[in-house]
Design a protein around this ligand. Structure first.
Ligand code: AMP
Ligand code: GLY
Length: 426
């Protein structure tokens, strides 16, 4: 089978790396890709002309299955375009991708399906939003309803902060049309975790839980980023909580989407707050998480192609996932200044040395190769990943490898996995 991976970040490198090991996969092809992916796949440039051109290209190349990383393609309808040509592709249709691309739809779906989530109001005008904030009181959360590259959420400690967020999103339109409506919601307290599942339209097959580290600096301080590190399993998601997530959240969401004429296929990512009242949904995403996928797939012992194919063809009930019990930790090495402005083009050294270390993998995100040299080329540069017998060992190995890799302005958090470590000790 010839498999196409769309996207060129750490998540897509992990997907391509895992698919390249599948006995049924003869070739992995990447659109855009990165130098890390080039070690396990053939990289082709993304054709100009958007998703229709991508579908034409896949057809001409004889691609048997396509896996999409970034949500933007899904929200644009890449699955619809490929399916019209009879091409197999993993992911929801444009209409089902609304579970991520339209937060107002997602919240209303959760309300209709009685899925546990923060209480909320969808508002179409600034006045309405301010009234909702006054009613709910601080702390309160303000979210642009549309896609805002993960930056559309403000957790406001005070009413004034919440008002300011409403002005930015709805009046200044810093996220464009994504700010036409906002969701004002209750602030949830607890520990965050993510559960991703394969979904075939009728049922959800969950993966093991993972935890992301969203803020830029140690101690969960600083601005939100795309993710500075991750680990799996997430001990806060006990077997009992996972059961609850499966029944009350994943199963309920998949059934509701089918009932409402938007059958969901692909990967469903539930971002959760584990509260004193049990798990509640913070958001749904319609794709693999990044960096969570980098910490998840090294633990997947069974084949990845089989569950991915089943999301398209059905039959997930016959698929069993087998996990390495060892914890896995990913530390993201970023460019100084990220998630704000940063410079690129600095030489990177030590990647091969790091990869030679025991149970260490280095996934590329923002890198490029120029004349034999590896250079920085993005905010998140590399995902240094390690397995260990304990979380402590995985953390030690990941940081030992992170220290071996050098580039000017290398920034990373020193506390990835610490919460899991604390739970392991008690
Ligand atoms: P999102 O983009 O929806 O994942 O939100 C970004 C981050 O904001 C989340 O990872 C949480 O840390 C925080 N957040 C979002 N919604 C809430 C909420 N209702 N209560 C507390 N924190 C939240
Ligand atoms: N790690 C968060 C996300 O992929 O959305």
């Amino acid at each position: 089978m010839k498999v196409l991976v769309v996207g060129g970040g750490g998540r897509e490198h992990a997907i391509a790396w895992k698919l390249a090991q599948s006995p049924a996969v003869s070739e992995v092809v990447c659109q855009s890709g990165n130098p890390g992916m080039a070690q396990v796949a053939r990289c082709a440039p993304e054709p100009a002309g958007g998703i229709e051109a991508m579908a034409d290209w896949a057809q001409a190349e004889g691609i048997d299955l396509t896996v999409v990383g970034p949500e933007v393609y899904l929200a644009l309808g890449i699955v619809d375009a490929f399916s019209r040509r009879g091409l197999k592709i993993v992911g929801p249709t444009r209409s089902a991708a609304a579970i991520e691309s339209d937060k107002a739809f997602a919240k209303e779906l959760m309300a209709r399906a009685k899925i546990p989530t923060a209480s909320f109001v969808v508002c179409s005008s600034p006045a309405e939003a301010r009234a909702a904030i006054r009613r709910m009181g601080a702390p309160v959360v303000v979210k642009a309803a549309g896609l805002a590259a993960g930056k559309g959420v403000t957790v406001a400690a005070t009413r004034d902060e919440a008002f300011a967020a409403v002005s930015r999103v709805m009046e200044e339109r810093v996220f464009g049309d994504a700010g036409e409506r906002v969701v004002i919601e209750e602030f949830l307290e607890g520990e965050e975790a993510s559960v991703l599942a394969f979904v075939d339209g009728e049922r959800a097959l969950p993966m093991e839980a993972a935890q992301d580290h969203k803020t830029a600096y140690d101690g969960d301080r600083g601005p939100n980023t795309g993710g500075m590190g991750a680990y799996s399993p997430a001990p806060v998601v006990s077997p009992r909580i996972l059961q609850e997530v499966q029944e009350k959240i994943l199963k309920a969401a998949v059934e509701a989407m089918a009932r409402e004429g938007r059958p969901y296929r692909g990967i469903l990512y539930a971002g959760l707050m584990i509260t004193a009242d049990g798990p509640k949904v913070i958001e749904f995403n319609c794709r693999f998480g990044d960096p969570e996928t980098q910490a998840l797939l090294p633990r997947l012992k069974s084949d990845l192609l089989e569950p991915l194919l089943a999301t398209v063809e059905g039959g997930l009930d016959r698929v069993r996932l087998e996990w390495d019990p060892r914890p896995c930790v990913t530390v993201v090495l970023a460019s100084e200044g990220y998630p704000g402005d940063y410079e690129t083009g600095y030489p990177i050294t030590g990647v091969e040395e790091a990869e030679a270390m025991e149970d260490v993998l280095v996934f590329h995100a923002g890198t490029r190769r120029e004349g034999g040299r590896l250079l920085t080329d993005g905010g998140r540069v590399l995902g240094v990943t390690a397995l260990g017998r304990t979380v402590g060992e995985a953390i030690e190995r990941a940081y030992a490898a992170a220290d071996v890799i050098q580039f000017q302005g290398k920034h990373f958090r020193r506390d990835i996995g610490r919460r899991a470590l604390q739970r392991e000790k008690f």
